[in-house]
Structures are given as structure tokens and as C-alpha cells.
Design a protein around this ligand. Structure first.
Ligand SMILES: [Zn+2]
Length: 365
């Protein structure tokens, strides 16, 4: 049911298709993040029109509110959020470990306090699998412990837990219409990464996630680790680089054999009034539309962009909406930002299929 086919390669970059119960997924793919079972301000119809194929929802948030049981009673996530395509959920572990002062980890699981009302909860490997089986995404994730990437001792300790939890998640997983991915950890340390890849791949998951990157290490260290992961992970299964998603990250990740990326950047930036644009047009690849210099600017966000926002509205109008606190401003900026990454991913995929990926990549380096 989750057959993965590599159609073409260009160097180590791959273009493929991942079969899921809710449709075939062209890879490489960018996954918009819908934390609360919604990509902020975007309807599923908007997402389809932008060409999104896979959407991510967060287990931690949905477990706390409205609850996995309620979503299961209402027919699962696809029905609940009105998204007919493939859905991916994380395990909730990353959010829980981010709570820092509000959580306590032991070998059996992690106890934490809700950021909503302070109530106490506990995630074990079996529990996060059960919640994800209630939510019903096409792809779910094992519970793992994401340690600070530069702390060897902590990573070694966390890895033992991550591996034991992966085994328990696999044993607890029941739904045949859901793929459970294993997660490789180990920070920036080659010995730990290799050890983790060996163990996780031995459990024969249908796909592998690379966790614990882009959380404080240098770009150089990220790319070196991805090189190593490419050599260690099986070629015939999809690889998912979690929580990473700038244009440059896509290029460098795909050049090292990554197939799936998720990132909150497009919608988070929109809420801050910033638009994604090519690095070649402006230094940092961001346009802060709140700036006074755009008050009478009649250009679109990005010249030549084919998104609805750029085809229809001026920077001046968008700035007005943002300054006036109008919701439409967030929506229109989200359309452009999501289009920016989805369109880039489509161009990358096409370039792998026609053998010109290296030329495209060179423009981003
Ligand atoms: Zn645009």
C-alpha cells in the first residue's frame, strides 16, 4: 500500500512516487504544516489550488484539543479537516521535549504539562501510536527523543531511548492503512548517526525520518550529517527531513537524497508580514511588507510570480492590509509564501526528471 518508486535520479537527487491510501505522492515533496488540523488561514481548496499534495498535522496539539477520540468518532483527520489527500502526523515528541521545564523524561516515556491549562499528561511509545491511529493519517511517526545536536553524552543517552521506543512503536502499530516511519537521531555525531541508522533500518519501517537537525548546529554540520544519512539509509524507501524548509535547505537536502520536507516558515512569516522571495532579488530572501517604503509600491511581491496574490495585488495594498490588521493580508501572504516553496519543489522535481537538477541547484548556491 505504501510502495515507493524512484523514477529518476540526478546525482544523488531522486524523483519518485510514494503510494498512499489517499493518493499517489510525487516526491520530492514540500509539506505545509497544519498544526491544529489547519494550515493557518488556508482552506483545503486553497491548498489544492496551490498544488499541495501532503499536509502535516501535529499530534501533541490535536491530542490536547480536541482529542484523538473525538476526531476518531468524527471519521478521522481527513474527514474532520476536509482534506481528501494524504496526511502526515508527527509523534508529538518534538513539542513535548520543547516544553523543557514542563516535562520529565524516563525510559518508559515522558510526562508533561499541557501548555493550554497546565494539566498533566503522559506519552509513551504505545500511547503516541494509539493517538495517531485515532487521528488516522496516512503516515505517522515513532516517538523519539530529540537531544541538543552538539551534546554527545546526551545524544548517546537519548539514542538508547529513541531506539527502544522505535521497537515498541513498531510492536504497537496496528493500522495497515497507515505507514509508521522510524526516526534516526544522533545529533551531529557520525558514530551515533551510523549506529542509529543501523538500528532503525533493521526494524524495517516503510520510511525513515532524519530528526534532530536544523535545531542549533551549523549548515555545514547539517549537510555533512545528511551526506552520511544518504550513505546509511536504504535507497528504496522514502527519507523525510523533519522541520527543515528554506529554498536552500530543499536544494541541499535533495542533493543528498532527501524526499520529504515540512516547515512552518511560509505561514509563520506571513503572520510577521514577511514574504519569501528569491535570494537573487534581495539579499536575505525576505520582503518585510510592513516597511513604509512599500506604502505606494505598485509592484507585486515578486515580479513574474504566478500566484493569485502576485497576479492581483500590489505591495501597497498588502502593506495596507497588514498595517490595518486585516485577516486577508495573512491569507494573501500565506498564498504567496506557500506557492513559493511548492513551486520551487515542482521545478526541482521536473529538473531531476529531465536531468538538469545541477543547473537549477547552482542558481541557489
Ligand atoms: Zn506570488
Amino acid at each position: 500500500m505504501f510502495e515507493f518508486t524512484v523514477l529518476a535520479t540526478c546525482g544523488r537527487a531522486r524523483a519518485g512516487i510514494l503510494r498512499t491510501p489517499h493518493g499517489d505522492l510525487p516526491t520530492p515533496v514540500y509539506v505545509p504544516v497544519g498544526t491544529q488540523a489547519t494550515v493557518k488561514t488556508m482552506t483545503p481548496r486553497d491548498l489544492s489550488e496551490l498544488g499541495a499534495t501532503l499536509v502535516l498535522a501535529n499530534t501533541y496539539h490535536l491530542y490536547l484539543r480536541p482529542g484523538g477520540e473525538l476526531i476518531a468518532r468524527l471519521g478521522g483527520l481527513h474527514r474532520f479537516m476536509g482534506w481528501p489527500g494524504p496526511i502526515l502526523t508527527d509523534s508529538g515528541g518534538y513539542q513535548v521535549f520543547s516544553l523543557k521545564a514542563l516535562r520529565k523524561v524516563d525510559d518508559d516515556g515522558v510526562t508533561f504539562r499541557s501548555h493550554l491549562d497546565g494539566s498533566t499528561h503522559r506519552f509513551t511509545p504505545e500511547k503516541v501510536v494509539a493517538i495517531q491511529e485515532q487521528l488516522g493519517p496516512d503516515i505517522g511517526m515513532c516517538l523519539d527523543e530529540c537531544a541538543p545536536p552538539l551534546d554527545h553524552a546526551y545524544n548517546e543517552q537519548a539514542l538508547a531511548r529513541t531506539h527502544a521506543w522505535a521497537e515498541r512503536c513498531r510492536a504497537a502499530h496496528r493500522r495497515a492503512d497507515q505507514a509508521l516511519f522510524g526516526i534516526v537521531q544522533g545529533g551531529v555525531f557520525p558514530d551515533l548517526r551510523e549506529q542509529s541508522a543501523r538500528f532503525i533500518t533493521s526494524l524495517d519501517f516503510p520510511g525513515h525520518a532524519i530528526g534532530g537537525l536544523s535545531v542549533g548546529e551549523s549548515k555545514e554540520q547539517t549537510y555533512t550529517t545528511l551526506d552520511r544519512m544518504d550513505a546509511c539509509l536504504p535507497q528504496d524507501k522514502p527519507r523525510y527531513l523533519m522541520g527543515v524548509g528554506t529554498a536552500q535547505d530543499f536544494i541541499e537536502g535533495i542533493a543528498r537524497g532527501v524526499d520529504i520536507f515540512d516547515c512552518v516558515l511560509p505561514t509563520r512569516l506571513a503572520r510577521h508580514g514577511a514574504a519569501l522571495i528569491p535570494n537573487t532579488q534581495y539579499q536575505n530572501g525576505r520582503l518585510n511588507l510592513r516597511n513604509a517604503q512599500y506604502a505606494e509600491d505598485e509592484k507585486p511581491i515578486e515580479e513574474g510570480c504566478t500566484c493569485y496574490t502576485c497576479q492581483t495585488f500590489t505591495r501597497a495594498y498588502l502593506r495596507h492590509l497588514l498595517v490595518a490588521g486585516e485577516i486577508l493580508g495573512l491569507h494573501l501572504l500565506s498564498i504567496h509564501n506557500l506557492h513559493f516553496l511548492l513551486d520551487l519543489m515542482r521545478r526541482i522535481r521536473a529538473s531531476i526528471l529531465d536531468g538538469t537538477f545541477e543547473q537549477l541547484a547552482a542558481a541557489y548556491r
